[in-house]
Ligand binder design. Structure first.
Ligand code: PLP
Length: 384
């Protein structure tokens, strides 16, 4: 059973009813965060709180869906944490790991967020959904919407790689190609949502995709036997996964399931679109939009993120950092992960290898630290 209690604005703290459809805080236009009765879950104990389902719904006590029969699942989550011995050796490291999210349904970690968001939207009566996406989120939404029997509308940049388009259409979504970037798609999707009365599941503009993605943090804790690693390197676009994992660690702390130690969170972005890296090093609370964003890593081509301040907070609170890497370097990272570890990562995943090399060179990461690279999706959807 879900221990969800209410929603809370991430900026002003105002609270909202979780059993009604909600989007951004109407006062500050910033994300709402799901809150749970953690004291009850703590009293229940870890064994009783976790189910034995082989999916992220194992953590359903800490997820937002009220009734088990409303969960829309394709087997998302519980992805492998693979020791990266050969890549580690090549870099002189002794404890390097890859969390391989490419094994999720539809080939990326977007499945986690959309399983949660579509389940909860369906539970609250939504029948038609819309999403702006650079590719992976659209494919995932189309799949979960099909499974839930919902009508799906997708707004993607015209230059999206063909496999994403093929996937969305095959899964029955209506696809609109937009001349522009993800932010332009977001604007079009919002208009269409208002016109059609559809529910917009843009990342962080509804509260539950974040909840799906936070399960990556629970899984890491469990896979490391409740003793979190030293560093997590995460390819950051909208930042949902990074914010979600940081939220997960806070919840696990309150539950008493982990100790005080937290990983240093690292955001990696391409040099062609690095608004978070720039804001982090400027000491800013919010990130200025990036102009003329360009990179082969489509999931990282996010010039402005609604959760910018939450990403920056997580980086700073964790003692982490932010690194920009060139497209050339991230593609080289993708090649190294493939040839040394047998994982054909997306370019976004390759970026974590490039960032790791930079941070080792700087001495910011020590060779004996336990470091996790996030491969967020499969390389198969990015034709040359
Ligand atoms: C969406 C996406 C990202 C960025 O994820 P956020 O959590 O929104 O920062 C990274 N990699 C891939 C493959 C993606 O599809």
């Amino acid at each position: 059973m879900s221990h969800l209690t209410h929603l809370e604005c991430s900026l002003c703290g105002r609270t909202f009813d979780a059993d009604r459809l909600q989007r951004l805080c109407p006062d500050c236009a910033r994300p709402l965060l799901a809150r749970y009765d953690l004291a009850s879950v703590r009293a229940l104990g870890r064994e009783a709180a976790l189910t034995d389902e082989p999916t992220m719904w194992r953590y359903r006590a800490l997820l937002p869906v009220r009734k088990p029969e409303n969960v829309v699942s394709l087997g998302e989550g519980l992805t492998p944490l693979t020791p990266a011995r050969r890549l580690g050796e090549a870099l002189g490291m002794s404890h390097l790991y890859i969390k391989d999210e490419s094994l999720n349904p539809t080939g990326s970690f977007k499945a986690r967020g959309l399983s949660a968001a579509i389940s909860r939207a369906s539970e609250l009566g939504v029948q038609e959904v819309v999403i702006p996406s650079a590719g992976n989120a659209a494919g995932a939404m189309a799949a979960y919407a099909a499974r839930a029997g919902m009508k799906a509308h997708v707004y993607m940049p015209r230059d999206v790689p063909a496999p994403f388009l093929l996937e969305c259409r095959a899964l029955g979504a209506e696809v609109v190609l937009v001349d522009g970037l993800i932010t332009d798609c977001g604007r079009e999707a919002r208009r269409a949502a208002e016109r059609g009365g559809w529910f917009d599941v843009s990342t962080l503009k509804e509260p539950y995709r974040l909840e799906g993605k936070k399960t990556m943090g629970y899984e890491l804790a469990e896979q490391f036997e409740w003793d979190l690693p030293d560093v997590i390197i995460y390819p950051t676009g909208g930042g949902t996964g990074l914010i979600g994992m940081w939220k997960a660690f806070q919840e696990l702390g309150e539950l008493g399931w982990i100790g005080e130690r937290r990983p240093r969170m690292v955001a990696v972005q391409p040099t062609g679109c690095a608004p978070i890296v720039r804001a982090f090093h400027a000491g800013a609370e919010f990130a200025e939009p990036w102009r003329d964003a360009h990179t082969v890593a489509a999931g990282l081509r996010v010039p402005a993120a609604v959760g910018d301040f939450l990403i920056l907070r997580a980086l700073r609170e964790s003692g982490g950092t932010a690194v920009a890497v060139s497209d050339e370097a991230l593609l080289e990272g993708q090649r190294r992960m493939a040839r040394l570890e047998g994982i054909f990562a997306c370019p976004e995943g390759g970026a974590t290898v490039a960032a790791l090399e930079v941070l080792l060179d700087q001495g910011w990461i020590r060779p004996d630290e336990r470091v996790v690279l996030f491969n967020t999706g499969t390389g198969l959807k990015y034709p040359l």
